[in-house]
Design a protein around this ligand. Structure first.
Ligand code: NAI
Length: 338
């Protein structure tokens, strides 16, 4: 009866926001699962939800709209599972999903190294100004004026959120000889063993030369870095956010950059990124003036949510996502349900 169990466990999966790289990795991982993957390029929202066409499983990414009206429409059409290709789930109305009987599963860990290594790269690039140096050399300008940075050795780095990614960031920066501070409501023994000294958030902000954010976005952490927090930082400090955009009040950060309190800002995520990131908008006018203002600063580096983007991470995301779907199809739990 092997054929019967195989048919029973095969699911039609509507994969929203699917780019070529998602399609390649999901198709490869699907060789071990045999689900029917329907790749849809549009972002999931109220206007595109009907494209799922009643697929029992909808697969979504970080900027897909998983609010109550969208989930209600999917559930009404027959969807029973939301399979997230991300660790973060701040974009999902979990209460609504529960009420609608939708199972939601995520990819809790894929490669903390991918995000951590990118974070450290951003620190180095901003400090030593690789982005400006590259542009200068291409123009035949070999002047070093304005490119001086600082040694990372003996600098204090504050890691906000010392979970999987924050811990790897701390490990890497320890190798640079940095002093490490941590803030996390649930301190991590491994981080403490590494030499991370836990402090409260205000102490960390006041003492750190570099602050890097690795906590989830929740109602409690929305605008964790606001005008007051920026005011508590050392003058000239560097702030890095590779976690979720709304952890930082962008307009307050712009004011702090303008008056020189904030020395460097590195963002891989932006609070209004859903209308921008992951698309080629190079032929269009960007109408978000806050975002556009960010791009005018010489000491700001913005990337389009790419910290996760390594082969290893894409492979792991695809394998875990399909594993979650297969478990659901068999009426089992993968352990990654929310
Ligand atoms: P994790 O769950 O292992 O660690 C998060 C840590 O934050 C936990 O230790 C938790 O106790 C702590 N935390 C919770 N509330 C906090 C608060 N108010 N202040 C300080 N710490 C707090 O998560 P992981 O895997 O390390 O990921 C962290 C975040 O990175 C995710 O929530 C996600 O938003 C973001 N991320 C970004 C990616 C990108 O491509 N830019 C890719 C993957 C994740």
């Amino acid at each position: 009866m092997a054929w019967r169990s195989r048919i029973v466990s095969t699911m039609r999966v509507a994969v929203f926001s699917s780019k070529r790289y998602d399609q390649t990795h999901l198709a490869a991982a699907n060789a071990n699962h045999d689900h029917e993957l329907v790749f849809l390029e549009p972002r999931l929202d109220e206007t595109t939800a009907s494209l799922a066409g009643g697929a029992p499983v909808v697969c979504a990414f970080v900027n897909d709209d998983c609010s109550e009206p969208v989930l209600a429409q999917l559930a009404a059409d027959g969807t029973r599972m939301l399979a997230l290709r991300s660790a973060g789930f701040n974009h999902v109305d979990l209460d609504a999903a529960r009420d609608l009987g939708l199972t939601v599963a995520r990819v809790p860990a894929y490669s903390p190294h991918a995000v951590a290594e990118f974070t450290v790269g951003m620190i180095l690039a901003l400090n030593r100004k690789y982005h400006r140096a590259h542009a200068r050399v291409r123009e035949g300008n070999f002047s070093l004026e304005g490119l001086a940075g600082f040694d990372l050795r003996n600098r204090t780095v504050g890691v906000v959120g010392t979970g999987q990614i924050g811990l790897v960031v701390a490990e890497i920066l320890k190798g640079f000889g940095c002093d490490l501070l941590g803030y996390d409501p649930f301190p991590n023994d491994e981080a403490a063993k590494l030499g991370v000294q836990y402090a409260d958030l205000d102490e960390l902000l006041a003492a750190s030369d570099i602050i890097t954010l690795h906590c989830p976005l929740t109602p409690d952490t929305h605008h964790l870095i606001d005008e007051d927090a920026l005011g508590n930082m050392k003058t000239g400090a560097m702030l890095i956010n590779t976690s979720r955009g709304a952890l930082v009040d962008t307009e307050a950060a712009i004011e702090a950059l303008k008056d020189g309190r904030l020395g460097h800002l590195g963002l891989d995520v932006y609070e209004e990124e859903a209308d921008l990131f992951f698309e080629d908008l190079s032929d269009r006018v960007i109408t978000d003036d806050v975002f556009s203002r960010l791009l005018t600063f010489p000491n700001v580096l913005v990337t389009g949510h790419q910290a996760f983007f390594t082969e290893e991470a894409l492979t792991q995301i695809a394998e875990t996502t399909l594993g979650n779907i297969t478990a659901f199809s068999k009426g089992e739990r993968s352990g990654n349900e929310l």
